[in-house]
Design a protein around this ligand. Sequence first.
Ligand code: HQG
Length: 181
Amino acid sequence: MDPKELKQNSKRLSYVLRHRPDSVGVELEAGGWVAVDILLAALAREGQAVSPEVLEAVVRDNDKQRFEFSADRQQIRARQGHSTQVDLGYQPVTPPDVLYHGTATRFLASIFDEGLVKGRRHHVHLSTNQETMLQVGARHGKPVVLSVAAKEMAAAGHTFFVTGNQVWLTDHVPVEYLGVV
Ligand code: HQG
């Protein structure tokens, strides 16, 4: 599939699976899952038909591996990034010593005032990969990468989760665990 079509379909899926399942009349089940046949029927009903082959390609070739099928391939979900209320069922995991967060320099004053907040998403998104985080930050302006003393946070009782595409999630990063890389 050409990159443009891939991106377009990925955006449509993100919208439905992370933010507005109701926009095509579906509901997310526990874990954020939707039955593939229900999703495809709903998209077709709304005049946004996606073939099973295209869905397969979007899940497989998505640049950030944002989506996944269940083991039996009957269900699909977004791995993270939801704004709609849903329990993704991730289990707490001990994080590595340091994780990184990419942001824009214009947010630094506020971040060093109140820490990293999740905003409209479920969690603050972190990564072991500084390069990835530089790109995430660049979406918002002049990028800057922050370090998060994750192991220390976990020891102090903060919970971390990791998704199948290696995005680390936590609720809030207090200022004392933050540094500029
Ligand atoms: C910033 C993409 C002011 C935060 C990426 C970020 C990621 C604060 C922005 C995923 C703040 C929120 C998430 C504070 C945090 N004051 N600004 N106290 N605390 N911020 O898009 O992390 O393409 O909601 O630094 O790859 O940029 O959707 O979060 O700059 O994994 O799959 O507020 O989205 O993935 O922006 O990106 P976002 P994010 P997808």
